[in-house]
Every structure is written in structure tokens, then in C-alpha cells.
Design a protein around this ligand. Structure first.
Ligand SMILES: Nc1ncnc2c1ncn2[C@@H]1O[C@H](COP(=O)(O)OP(=O)(O)OP(=O)(O)O)[C@@H](O)[C@H]1O
Length: 250
């Protein structure tokens, strides 16, 4: 089976200068990796490199068995909602239909299959009743679910999500988690960047701790240790009585 992702001693960065080094990662179909690290650690940069938008400066990387840029059409991407202009006058249905463009080709109108894929994707995120609403009138959590529906509509084998739970209400968070579990159950691999150690622990098969370099990677229990977290965050951690850990950033 072709791995969703293989990164071997990879450095990525801008204008030839690395901002993240020593990335070693292998992700199988249906697996989830959480990218965890503080602000500026390189999480978004790593995601952009998987999409082939930021160059691999050293090491070897494959995405769905290909060079990252060559695989871009088969990978889905859910950006942070706050990076989008909510005033842009488009309907929820139109946003989700954008997920079909690569399949349709820009010169052809959407067909029955495309409209069905859009309706199904909206149904899966629990927003079937909002198809005609203007995207910008939805709450942050609902907008995040629409962006997830857009990615699902493209039927990706690999889905990248940048901080999918930031500013998201509990109802939306539950809806997103349900959809993500469905996707991995049907073989889609997930890359999720998150600040939230609980999200990493609950959702991920693998955790990748990064801050300028990869400090540790592996199953959550083995990776989210006090020593690894201290290395990554440079601050200290406090162990709570129930076994959870809280980070105190310097
Ligand atoms: N286009 C760019 N050109 C040059 N440097 C950049 C560019 N984008 C990001 N960087 C730098 O790369 C480093 C990693 O940034 P990145 O956005 O990947 O971190 P992050 O972990 O996603 O942070 P956050 O949690 O704040 O989103 C930072 O030092 C940032 O300043």
C-alpha cells in the first residue's frame, strides 16, 4: 500500500533558508498525524510543503507516492477560517462546489454528480439546511464545517487541516471530529496542526512535536512526555493529579 506521506530527514523553508529541519515521518492511509508545537514552530510551513507550495530544501519527501507538487490535486486542505474574507459574497453551496473544480475542470458546468457530492458533503458536516445561506453570515464553527465539506467534496486521499478547532464551538467541534473519524475509517489519511495536546491525544495515531526542528514523533503516549514537551516548548510542564499535563510557556 502506498504511504500517504513519507518525509525523511526533510528541511523546509523560504528563499533557501530552512525554518524547520529533521522531519522524519511516515503516514499510512487511514492514519492521523497531529503536528504540535508553539506559535512560529513551522506547522503551517510543513503543511504547505506537503501541498508542494513550500520547497523541500533537504532530505526526501513523497506525498501519495509522488513528488508533493504532483500530488496536490489528490490532497485536500482546510485552512484556518480566520484567514478567509467572510465578506466575500458567496453561498455555502458555492464554497463547497469549489472543492469539485479540479474534477470538473473550469471550462465545464457542474453536473449531477458534482451537485450530489456537494449535498452529501454538507449533510455530513450537519449543514444541509444552510446550503443557500451566505458563507459570511455563519458562525466561525459553521464556517469551519463548510470548509471541511469543501475538502470532502474533492474526495481526497490525504486531508490537511490547519488548526481546525481554533475558535470553534463545542457543537461544531463534535461534528468535525465525527466526520474526521468517518474519513479515516474509509482510508483517508489526516494531517492536523494543533496547539491542543488533548486533540493530539484523542485523535491522532502519531504525534509530531516540532519547533524549528522535529523533536519527537511517534504514538501519542510515547511522544507526549514531559521531557519531549519541554524540549519542544522550551518552558516547563506541570503534571496534574489526573495525569494530564499543562504547559507553562516561558
Ligand atoms: N512566507 C514566508 N517567508 C519567510 N518566512 C516565513 C514565511 N511564512 C512563515 N515564515 C516563518 O517560518 C516560521 C514558521 O512559521 P509557521 O507559520 O509555519 O509556524 P506555525 O507553527 O504555523 O505558527 P502559528 O501557530 O503561529 O500559525 C516562522 O519563523 C515564520 O516567521
Amino acid at each position: 500500500m502506498t504511504p500517504a506521506l513519507t518525509y525523511s530527514a526533510v528541511s523546509v523553508g523560504y528563499q533557501g533558508t530552512p525554518v524547520l529541519t529533521h522531519v522524519d515521518l511516515e503516514l499510512a492511509p487511514g492514519q492521523t498525524v497531529a503536528l504540535v508545537g508553539p506559535n512560529g514552530a513551522g506547522k503551517s510551513t510543513l503543511i504547505k510543503s506537503i501541498l508542494g507550495l513550500v520547497p523541500v530544501l533537504a532530505g526526501a519527501a513523497t506525498v501519495l507516492g509522488d513528488h508533493p507538487a504532483a500530488a496536490r490535486g489528490r490532497a485536500g486542505y482546510v485552512p484556518q477560517t480566520d484567514t478567509l474574507d467572510a465578506d466575500f459574497p458567496v453561498s455555502v453551496r458555492q464554497v463547497v462546489m469549489m472543492g469539485r473544480y479540479r474534477r470538473i475542470g473550469w471550462w465545464r458546468p457542474a453536473g449531477k454528480d458534482d451537485r450530489r457530492a456537494v449535498s452529501e458533503a454538507l449533510d455530513r458536516v450537519g449543514l444541509a439546511g444552510r446550503a443557500g445561506h451566505r458563507f459570511g453570515t455563519l458562525s466561525g464553527g459553521q464556517r469551519q464545517r463548510v470548509l471541511l465539506a469543501r475538502a470532502i467534496a474533492s474526495e481526497p486521499r490525504l486531508l490537511l487541516l490547519d488548526e481546525p478547532f481554533n475558535g470553534v464551538d463545542a457543537v461544531s467541534q463534535d461534528a468535525i471530529v465525527r466526520v474526521l473519524r468517518d474519513l479515516t475509517g474509509s482510508g483517508t489519511a489526516l494531517v492536523i496542526s494543533t496547539h491542543d495536546l488533548q486533540v493530539a491525544r484523542d485523535l491522532a495515531d502519531l504525534v509530531c512535536l516540532i519547533n524549528g526542528r522535529q523533536w519527537a514523533a511517534g504514538p501519542p503516549a510515547a511522544t507526549l512526555t514531559e521531557q519531549n514537551l519541554r524540549r519542544t516548548y522550551g518552558g516547563s510542564t506541570i503534571s496534574l493529579a489526573d495525569g494530564r499535563m499543562v504547559l507553562v510557556e516561558p
